[in-house]
Design a protein. Structure first.
Length: 409
């Protein structure tokens, strides 16, 4: 027996005996190792100058003083002072006077009442408190409860698959916060590095569904090609529409914080394909699963027939996924649309505003990625998955019997 076949029989026997599927479970181990490494990986921005010599902790509002607040209709300005009890940190258990500065903005201002719990930044010199600044209402405990409830519900509904989904989600959050954001701040090319991180995240997420096998390779390949189309179109039309990256919320604050060398426009371009990558990946997985199911039921199917089946599934999904992308991008702009309508702004004016044009780019270019990922994934899954089945059929069929053939010496 050839060595290759011997090893295949050995691996098959080992997997059946132990009940452990290496290809399917190896991504979990990789994900756990990656999470552990990312948790201890420093971003390089932990010791920002603005927070040196300060302590952060939750505080309990004991009493409030609103005498210095000036009300002008809906706008409130001035300063609110509060007596607070420090619930943690270096000065735990002490009482101090805290201030809450109001800027006249309903979006960013907050008003505290007696009994509220807030997050405070404490400036100190040795053992002496200099000032206590109330940042916002303390929400971390409620956020933790909400996240835990979601995790438990996901695991309850999806079982082991839910656990794998949670691991992929945690890995995604850590990669974005610990790798992608610091890399952008350090001046790495947003397009190239964004593509790398996006493909890495897609590979991790899809492998947690399928394991390390041909289905993962098929879905990742189709997703990558669709994202590449989105990236190219995003670069072309961002330049054609003359959109500057400062259109992104809070992006100008980066320039004023000492990061004048950042290319905000390229970061905006990268945000287009990063934002659409989730929907692209979802469609690629749907098509790959459908094609695989067809091949499992009909192992002798040709790759062209498998591709055709994948395209049929893709066509059905495109109609809803493009609308999903539109709702995802435009959902946060309802108030802006209401302002336009209330002011009677002409539609031609609206469509020419740069922030509306930016949303049009994100929506339509992202939809291009969804439309192209369907044929790409249908092709990759049809070729890769049928090749595996055809090869297995050839190996199992053996030589063709030739009992009736006459032989002469």
């Amino acid at each position: 027996m050839p060595y290759k076949q011997l090893m295949e029989h050995f691996n098959s026997f080992r997997n059946k005996k132990s009940g452990f599927d290496i290809q399917y479970n190896l991504p979990v181990l990789v994900c756990l190792i990656l999470i552990a490494a990312l948790l201890i990986l420093p971003t390089g921005y932990e010791d920002a100058v603005i927070y040196q010599g300060t302590d952060r902790c939750p505080v309990q509002i004991i009493s409030v003083n609103n005498d210095n607040i000036i009300d002008t209709g809906l706008i409130r300005s001035g300063e609110q002072t509060c007596l607070v009890l420090l619930l943690g940190g270096k000065f735990k258990g002490q009482k101090a006077e805290a201030f809450n500065l109001l800027n006249g903005s309903l979006e960013s201002d907050k008003i505290f009442t007696e009994g509220d719990k807030a997050l405070a930044v404490i400036s100190y010199d040795g053992n002496r408190i200099i000032s206590v600044n109330l940042i916002d209402h303390y929400r971390i405990n409620k956020e933790a409860v909400l996240a835990l409830a979601f995790i438990l519900f996901l695991i309850l509904m999806a079982g082991k698959t839910g656990i794998r989904a949670v691991l992929a989600f945690i890995t995604t959050v850590l990669l974005i916060w610990k790798v992608l954001v610091p890399a952008y701040l350090n001046g790495y090319n947003p397009i190239y590095f964004g593509l790398f991180i996006t493909v890495l995240l897609i590979t991790i997420t899809i492998s947690m569904v399928y394991g390390f096998n041909r289905k993962t390779l098929s879905a990742v390949s189709g997703s990558f090609l669709g994202i590449l189309v989105t990236c190219i179109l995003g670069m072309i039309f961002t330049g054609a529409f003359k959109i500057h990256g400062a259109i992104m919320p809070n992006s100008e604050s980066l320039l004023y914080s000492g990061y004048q060398n950042l290319n905000l426009t390229k970061i905006f371009m990268a945000s287009i394909f990063i934002g659409s990558s989730g929907a692209v990946m979802d469609l690629a997985v749907d098509i790959t699963s459908a094609v695989n199911e067809v091949i499992e039921k009909k192992p002798d199917i040709t790759w062209k027939e498998a591709c055709s089946s994948g395209m049929n599934v893709g066509r059905a999904a495109m109609g809803t996924m493009t609308t999903t992308l539109l709702l995802a991008y435009s959902g946060g702009y309802i108030s802006l649309l209401m302002v336009f309508m209330a002011q009677g702004t002409p539609v031609f004016n609206i469509l020419n505003y740069k922030y509306i044009s930016a949303e049009i780019i994100e929506t339509i270019v992202g939809s291009f990625g969804l439309v192209t990922v369907a044929p790409f994934t249908a092709l990759t899954s049809g070729v890769l998955l049928t090749y595996k089945k055809q090869k297995a059929l050839e190996e199992n069929s053996g030589p063709v019997p030739c009992e009736d053939k006459q032989y002469t010496e």
